[in-house]
Design a protein around this ligand. Structure first.
Ligand SMILES: [Zn+2]
Ligand SMILES: [Zn+2]
Ligand SMILES: [Zn+2]
Length: 122
């Protein structure tokens, strides 16, 4: 057996209070989709961070109202979110994507960055 997954300890509760990871990734990078299928399989498609919402909608059928509930199956995560926040959760917690302002500040979400930009003189 040789699985090349980034295997984190999978007790499901380990990463709620700590930073996603030591390295921040740009949304332009390629990521391996770890959306879980039955029998322990994963999607394994290579997707760009910016394509995640499309990919989840087209391939994994995460669609509907922003307020509808959907389960995060990334690495068999199992947490439930509104569809509107599911992508942000995956980007932030599972892919480690961060958004950078020109001033060098780092944000984990796009909307936080755009809020910051309104006040940022850099
Ligand atoms: Zn996928
Ligand atoms: Zn998740
Ligand atoms: Zn700034």
């Amino acid at each position: 057996m040789s699985n090349h997954f980034y295997s984190r300890p999978s007790n499901g509760l380990s990463d709620s209070s700590t930073a996603p990871g030591p390295v921040a990734h740009s949304p332009e990078e390629l990521f391996q989709c770890m959306w879980g299928y039955p029998h322990g399989l994963h999607c394994n498609d290579l997707i760009r961070g910016t394509d995640l919402p499309n990919h989840l909608r087209e391939i994994h059928e995460i669609r509907g109202k922003e307020s509808a509930r959907a389960e995060c199956k990334w690495n068999h995560c199992g947490r439930e979110f509104n569809i509107g926040s599911l992508c942000e959760h995956v980007e932030e917690m599972h892919m480690g994507i961060a958004y950078f302002c020109d001033c060098g500040s780092k944000f984990s979400r796009r909307d936080t960055l755009s809020n910051h930009k309104k006040n940022c003189s850099g």
